[in-house]
Design a binder for this molecule. Structure first.
Ligand code: NAP
Ligand code: 3JN
Length: 337
């Protein structure tokens, strides 16, 4: 079996660590692993398949001889180093927003648009976590009833902001309970016992960039610019797993029972929908899972063809690292690397 030299850029971060874990769990055919991060972490040890590897500084020369480079160190690092990795012959799977909307860059969820991988020119973009879990549920509905309009509100866990934000929620929760003043480092306001309707930066429209990512990425992945999406993205005091309330209007009528049947057959989707018996997806219980969970499937009686849904997934795994590793597996399967 062919094996690959794999670099993970951002290997010390929340997403990078999860990528290493998933490469290991899924026995991806790694010949050599190269953990890369900033100069601050160079020399630190990272374990992979029971062996300790030294973290190296991410710089252009590090990509010599690399077949696959998984990037999750932020947009600026991707803009600077992803082209350098491609120039040296690596196929890059980038987790940042840097290249997602470039027309020649495939933006891929393997269960939704794997065919787009065939167009790659060395760089593939991993969508935003909130988009991934939503399109995995929308695609089977779109194939049956054509999605016309989507209204989504997100409930995003702090792990989506990185390891520092996870520490911030832990510390602030203790501070609030003890009646102490809260320390603000990552977010502009307290996140413990609070909700922040603010993810990424705001523009003059009043929307945040996270909201625009959901709008634009959904159209690109679904391959249909006519789908209307409007989003409100909210940070919630949950450690891990993003949740979404999604209202979908379709061109053709689809009953909740049929939607349940279709979704129960959709790859990577689990229907968890028996509210009378208190069965619905909840973020506290779904960390560590790679599927997208959907429940509260019901008719929207205010429009002729509409559904309301509740979607939960592990944002670090399904929304980032697992999706990136699945992209790598598809590249191997289609002989594209
Ligand atoms: P994190 O926990 O803060 O980790 C950041 C990682 O980037 C660390 O490994 C850090 O290394 C590395 N890094 C920072 N500056 C660097 C530099 N100049 N050169 C090389 N490495 C550098 O953040 P995270 O949650 O893992 O997120 C990282 C990025 O992944 C985000 O900025 C975003 O672009 C992407 N992301 C995507 C999704 C998605 O929706 N698909 C979700 C979350 C994150 P040090 O330890 O050396 O500082
Ligand atoms: O906030 C979340 O829950 C997801 C975070 C994603 C993220 C965080 C920092 C920078 C991104 C992203 O994937 O869009 C970026 C970025 O690359 O712009």
């Amino acid at each position: 079996m062919k094996t690959y030299n794999v670099a993970v850029v951002g290997a010390t971060g929340a997403v990078g660590r999860t990528m290493l874990k998933i490469l290991e769990e899924r026995s991806f055919p790694v010949k050599n692993i190269l953990p890369l991060a900033s100069a601050r972490s160079a020399g630190q040890k990272i374990e992979f398949r029971g062996k300790a590897y030294e973290v190296e500084e991410a710089k252009p020369s590090a990509f010599e001889g690399i077949d696959i480079a998984l990037f999750s160190a932020g947009k600026d690092v991707s803009l600077e180093l992803a082209p350098e990795a491609v120039k040296r012959g690596a196929v890059v799977v980038d987790n940042s927003n840097a290249f997602r909307m470039e027309p020649e860059v495939p933006l891929v969820v393997p269960e939704v648009n794997p065919q787009d991988l065939k167009k790659h020119r060395g760089l593939i973009a991993n969508p935003n976590c909130s988009t991934i879990q939503m399109v995995m549920v929308l695609k089977p509905i779109h194939d049956r009833a054509r999605v016309k309009r989507v209204v989504v509100s997100t409930y995003q866990a702090v792990s989506g902001t990185g390891l520092e934000a996870v520490e911030e929620l832990k510390l602030q929760s203790q501070q609030v309970i003890l009646g102490l003043e809260t320390t603000l480092r990552v977010y502009p306001h307290r996140i413990a016992f609070n909700l922040l309707p603010h993810i990424d930066v705001f523009d003059d429209t009043g929307y945040s960039l996270e909201e625009w990512k959901m709008v634009r990425e959904t159209k690109k992945i679904m391959g249909d610019e006519s789908i209307q999406v409007t989003a409100t993205t909210v940070r919630v005091p949950v450690f891990n797993c993003h949740s979404e309330s999604v209202n979908v209007e379709t061109w053709e009528k689809i009953a909740p029972e049929e939607a349940r049947q279709i979704l129960s057959k959709a790859p990577g989707v689990v229907v968890m929908d028996d509210p009378k018996n208190t069965i619905y997806p909840m973020p506290a219980y779904l960390s560590g899972r790679d599927e997208v969970f959907v429940g509260r499937i019901r008719e929207d009686f205010t429009v002729p063809c509409g559904l309301n849904l509740w979607i939960v997934a592990d944002n670090l795994r399904r929304g980032a690292a697992y999706n990136a590793v699945r992209i790598c597996e598809s590249l191997v399967e289609y002989n594209l690397v």
